[in-house]
Design a protein around this ligand. Structure first.
Ligand code: AMP
Length: 471
């Protein structure tokens, strides 16, 4: 069964762009792009946005968020005035490139519009040359934008629209201070648009600090309706762990979240899977904050493929690209079940949800069927196979470093230190998670020892730090 957890933007119920007070050139480019109707986020965000109001919006990739802010900033752009009127901050180079492409497409009918991307990891020379030609719109990552501001090669005093795209990811990557320094260089009269997939406290705080009475928009629907293959497997009570192992061996998900109903069960299961050579970590309410951070850093950094959690412990957890959700036990509440499985198949990808149940959980199973309005797709355990020599190695290893934001260590410093000797390439380094006094760096297995040597023997920002490999 294919089970869809969110509704696709429907062209029959959402308004057309013609209903918006847009300049004619934009109406033309929207028509050329064949955007027939607005997506849900566009329909809600564009009216206040075009009136000049600040907007905070919960939006994921695939929601049409980029066109929403691009249309907003282009509608008031004065192409005759050669100064930077809009700035879009993005967490990564890839996102900045996508955003710039979308803006360029929409701006194709506005003569002479200059859009420039400024990202780290790129040579400064060409960026400096492009900056001399005064771009109307700058899209980039915070570190590099700040560098240009410090060198005074970029000026932001004419900025009318500031966009923080995927703001939660920027905060995760330790860009908070850079973002604040950049914002200080923009005029207070600017319009500030903040887009974020999740709303942790850090996002609310930044919104309170940099936005003026923002209109708050939360839309769940996406253009790409995510599909979840949902399967149920009946097991004997004593066969649960063995069956879970079979499920993992059969599907070999790159990352999976396993739900248990109690923290004791989480701990037992992590131990049992560990004994079978699977790298599993348990997340439950008894962990100290630093232990929780460490488990999450390992999982998000792909150095642990299996995270076992209770519903309470998983609250607020925002892991992207979760290949599978497995219910070791069924939840007693069908709504919680739907919430659990909705964590896979985010961002338009296809997801897998497998639920184990015993005879004793038949009542819960029926409640789920009733709630979702469809019968459960039952799969026999015998159809699952364990490939010969099966091993599930996480692709990365996480390094712990005893320095963080308070030591003025930034993600870029760690990346720079690791790649300086040219033995480790930038793309062998994965997620970097910064805390006040510590950092976690994910690196590919093959370069783990080298990375450890660099971090323990070398200096970061002129200081020595301790580092260790987390296994
Ligand atoms: P985003 O969520 O901004 O990453 O956008 C996802 C994709 O949807 C992009 O390829 C856009 O070009 C496309 N898109 C944006 N708005 C619309 C629309 N109103 N109708 C159809 N496609 C759209």
């Amino acid at each position: 069964m294919t089970f869809s957890t969110s509704t696709a933007a429907s062209s029959t119920t959402l308004p057309a762009f013609g209903s918006l007070p847009l300049r004619s050139e934009l109406q033309e480019s929207i028509e050329a792009l064949a955007y027939e109707s607005m997506t849900a986020i566009q329909a809600q965000a564009l009216p206040p946005l075009l009136e000049g109001q600040d907007v905070i919006a919960q939006a994921r990739t695939g929601s049409g968020k980029t066109a929403a802010f691009a249309i907003g900033l282009l509608n008031k752009l004065d192409t005759q005035s050669y100064c930077t009127q809009a700035l879009v901050l993005c967490p990564t180079r890839e996102l900045a490139a996508q955003v710039a492409t979308e803006i360029r497409k929409l701006a194709s009918t506005l003569a002479n519009t200059r859009v420039l991307t400024l990202c780290g990891g790129r040579p400064m020379g060409p960026q400096l040359a492009s900056l001399r030609r005064d771009p109307h719109i700058v899209v980039g990552t915070p570190g590099r934008i700040l560098k240009h501001l410090e060198r005074e090669t970029l000026r932001l005093e004419a900025v009318q629209t500031l966009v923080l795209d995927e703001a939660d990811r920027m905060l995760d990557m330790g860009f908070h201070d850079d973002i604040m320094k950049i914002i200080q260089k923009t005029p207070a009269s600017r319009q500030t648009l903040l887009f974020s997939a999740t709303y942790p406290e850090g996002i609310q705080k930044i919104s309170r600090t940099v936005q003026k009475r923002p209109v708050d928009i939360r839309v769940e629907s996406t253009l790409d309706s995510p599909d979840i293959d949902q399967l149920f497997i009946q097991v004997e009570k004593k066969q649960r762990t063995e069956t879970l192992y079979r499920v993992i061996a059969n599907y070999q998900p790159e990352s999976c979240l396993v739900f248990c109903n109690t923290k004791q069960q989480c701990q037992n299961l992590a131990k049992a899977l560990g004994e079978r050579d699977l790298h599993a970590r348990a997340l439950h309410g008894d962990l100290e904050q630093f232990e929780r951070d460490q488990v999450l850093a390992q999982f998000a950094g792909k150095s642990s493929s299996i995270l076992i959690a209770t519903d309470v412990a998983a609250r607020g957890l925002d892991v992207k690209e979760l290949a599978a959700v497995i219910n070791y036990e069924l939840s007693r509440d069908p709504e919680v079940h739907i919430h659990r499985i909705g964590r896979t198949a985010r961002a338009g990808a296809k997801g897998l949800a497998v639920s184990l149940f015993t005879d004793y959980e038949n009542r819960q199973l029926r409640a789920i069927e009733e709630y979702q309005g469809a019968p459960a797709n039952l799969v026999k355990v015998e159809t699952l196979t364990i490939p010969p020599g099966f091993k599930l190695y996480p692709p990365m290893v996480t390094l712990f470093v005893n320095g963080g934001r308070k030591n003025k260590v930034r993600a870029g410093d760690l990346l720079g230190a690791l790649t300086a000797g040219r033995k480790i390439a930038g793309d062998q380094i994965g997620k970097i998670t910064l805390f006040d006094k510590m950092a976690y760096v994910a690196v590919e297995q093959q370069v783990a020892k080298q990375a450890l040597t660099v971090l323990t023997e070398g200096k970061i920002k002129g200081r020595k730090f301790r580092a260790k490999l987390l296994r």
